[in-house]
Each structure stands twice: as C-alpha cells, then as structure tokens.
Design a protein around this ligand. Structure first.
Ligand code: NAP
Length: 252
C-alpha cells in the first residue's frame, strides 16, 4: 500500500534539491502534492515532472503564504502533510564581518518564513496530520562562519519542539529532519563557481563517516518516514540523515 494514499502534501522549496526529491517521492506514494518556491519557471518544470501543482510564493512574504493557503484550501480543502523545507544560507561570515542584511535574509527565510508557513497552513491541517521541518547538522556544530545559518536552524529546531507540545492535543506531529551534506543546487552554490564544486563535495564527504555526500533521494526517504504513519509515535524529535556527521563526530 502506498504510504501517502489519499493525503494532500505541501513541500516548500519543492522545485529543487531535497524538496524536489521529497515531492517526487510523496507523489509516487500517492499524495496530491503542492510545491512552492520563488522561481516560476523552475516550479513549472518540477511540477510537470512530478505531477504536482506549482504555487509561486516567497515564504518570507506573509501575503504569499496567505495566497498559498487559499489556493490549497480552494483546490484540496485540507493539508495532511506539511514539509516546511524551503531555506538556505547566504554569505559565510564570522561575527566580525556579519552584515545585518545577510542576517535578516537568512533569519527572514529560515526562521520567520518557516514559522509563518506553519502558522498559515495550520488551519488547513486536520487532526493527526504531520509537519516536517528541515533542520541542519550545522545547528549541532560550531563551524566558524556558519553562525547565522546555524543559529537559524537551531531556532527552527526549538520551534518544532514547542509546536509539538502545542499541537499534541490534536495529534498533529511535528518533527525535524536533519540532512547531512546533500548534493543539491543549494549545497553546490556554496562553491561559488562550478569548477570548485568537486573540491567542495570532497571536503564535505570527508566530514562524514560514510565518506560521501547524500543523494537528495536518500533524504526524501527520511522525509517520507516522518510525513507518514510509519513515524506515528514520533513528535518533537529530530531525525538525523547525516551519514553520521553529527551522530558519530559530535562537536567537541
Ligand atoms: N543540501 C544540504 O547539504 C543541506 C543540509 C542540511 C540542510 N539543508 C536544508 O535543506 C533545505 C533544502 O535545501 P537544498 O539543499 O535542497 O537547497 P536548494 O536546492 O537551494 O533548494 C532550496 C529550495 O528552497 C526554495 N526557497 C529558498 N528560499 C525561499 C523562499 N524565501 N521562499 C520560497 N522558497 C524558497 C528554493 O526555490 P527558489 O529559489 O525558487 O525560491 C529552492 O527550491 C534548506 O532548508 C536547507 O537549509 C540542506
């Protein structure tokens, strides 16, 4: 039996990387899938390949979130799975060089955007539904230069714990999926230039006990587990799909 038969799912950031892989898997498992992102052309291409519905929107814009909720409400009437995955980083900077606009961008997307994605979608979510938020191993480490991104992911991890408590009376589960380094356009963009991508991936692979970066499809399997009834007794938790990065080599 398909894991998400009869369910409706929203994957934010569903046109690229981890979100695209998850949206593809959720659809293959029987869900009616909605994907969002800021770039219309990428969204349309992804939606066509998945068989999903694309809704353009920036998660840091509350009007966009209202419009996304309205579209899903009008079309499906409910949302059983919310994968609040959209996010990313900006320039790496130590505290001495951190710029306010960079801080605002990362926190505006990863924290404010995720928080209000959840708030705006909740009215569509019936009792027993599942919220999955994308965290990061960086939230458990002390890598220089990663302060803003790392702290933003630590913030959503803590929000998820609180939401799990607040929504437990409705049996709405909230969990954090923590990917290790995963080969996505977002990760590759850290290299700055295509020629530096192989070196970046090798360097990332060296920080994981499995000595490789993940394929987004592997992270999607963990997202499916948290989204589906397979994880029915998990809430407020973090699932590390990190190749052992943090679980085997914890920060000192
Ligand atoms: N790849 C990794 O190694 C890794 C590891 C740990 C955690 N993560 C997390 O995993 C999630 C997915 O990242 P990824 O690696 O798959 O990166 P990606 O390939 O860059 O995908 C990110 C997606 O999020 C969307 N997005 C970004 N900002 C948005 C905004 N303000 N509003 C709406 N959509 C937005 C992007 O679409 P548009 O640009 O079109 O808006 C894109 O579809 C992120 O939260 C990231 O922090 C990634």
């Amino acid at each position: 039996m398909s894991e998400l038969e009869g369910k409706t799912a929203l994957v934010t950031g569903g046109a690229s990387g981890i979100g695209l892989a998850a949206a593809t898997l959720f659809a293959a498992e029987g869900a009616e899938v909605f994907i969002t992102g800021r770039r219309q052309s990428e969204l349309d291409a992804a939606a066509a390949s998945i068989g999903a519905t694309a809704i353009r929107g920036d998660i840091s814009d509350l009007d966009d979130l209202d419009a996304i909720a309205a579209r899903i409400g009008a079309s499906a009437g409910r949302l059983d799975v919310l994968f609040a995955n959209a996010g990313g980083g900006d320039m790496l900077a130590p505290i001495t060089e951190l710029r306010p606009d960079s801080f605002d961008y990362v926190f505006g997307t990863n924290v404010r955007g995720t928080v209000f994605t959840v708030q705006k979608m909740l009215p569509l979510m019936p009792d027993g539904s599942s919220i999955v938020v994308t965290g990061s191993t960086s939230a458990s480490r002390g890598n220089p230069g990663f302060g803003t991104y790392s702290a933003s992911k630590a913030a959503v991890r803590q929000f998820a714990r609180i939401w799990a408590a607040e929504l437990a009376p409705r049996s709405i589960r909230v969990n954090v999926l923590v990917p290790g380094p995963t080969d996505t356009p977002g990760l590759r963009s850290i290299a700055g230039d295509e020629v530096f991508v192989p070196a970046l991936l090798s360097q990332m692979a060296a920080t994981t006990p499995l000595r490789r970066v993940a394929d987004p499809a592997e992270i999607a399997q963990a997202a499916l587990f948290l989204a589906s009834a397979r994880s029915s007794f998990m809430t407020g938790s973090q699932l590390f799909a990190d190749g052992g990065e943090v679980q085997v080599f914890p920060a000192a």
